[in-house]
Design a protein around this ligand. Sequence first.
Ligand SMILES: N[C@@H]1[C@@H](O)[C@H](O)[C@@H](COP(=O)(O)O)O[C@@H]1O
Length: 250
Amino acid sequence: MKLIEVKNYDEMSKVAAKAIMEQIQTKPNSVLGLATGGTPIGTYQYLIADFTKNQTSYEKVITVNLDEYVGLEKDNPQSYSYYMKEQLFNHIDIPENHTYLPSAKNIDDEEAGRNYEKLIDSLGGMDLQILGIGENGHIGFNEPGTSFHSTTGIVKLTDSTREANARYFATMDEVPTHAISMGIATIMKSRKIVLLVSGVKKASVLNQLFHSDINEDLPASILKKHPNVTIIADQEALSILKENKGSVYS
Ligand SMILES: N[C@@H]1[C@@H](O)[C@H](O)[C@@H](COP(=O)(O)O)O[C@@H]1O
């Protein structure tokens, strides 16, 4: 895993946006794996600013998102589908039918995961996957304990993940209990992966990521096996890692 240290959230966003823009310049019909959550918002803002200024075109780009809540309609402001339109798609020239998110009718909809997996394969897989990380080490919505062989499917959210995401909902009861998420094996098929880590809340999990062995209790630890992972982390996220003398980091 290559580590790029940056000063703060803004710099992380700028460096991540640059990596995405380079990918599109090199391969205009790239398949981008995109993420939601608070972390990539700044990255998307830099992409929009670049589009406005330099007209970098997304006409041939295809996007596949990592995950979506089960039970929220696409026009629900808390859905990831709505988020992606608001934060990125409505502001660039990507055709709507080039943007995919997984979606499941209900928590028993096993077909939905299989179909999304087939879709990703038919697109030739992701060229570049953007990832955030949960405070418990989840990637996508793959919670601790998820098999490294998992493919896209319905996942039950842990209480800690529901609590971490409750800030976007009026009450805790409104936070969905399940999501549909790309599996860990699905994410690992991406040719390149960029993991974004910002803020003091992520310092502990980033420290664990560098020090732990590869195990299913820390889903992100699988990234150590991937040949092309770049972590872009800011000073707050790096704070514990840097305190540890003699760490793998130093
Ligand atoms: N499913 C998403 C993840 O894809 C995201 O990376 C993570 C971190 O979110 P944030 O960036 O808001 O800290 O949690 C959410 O639950």
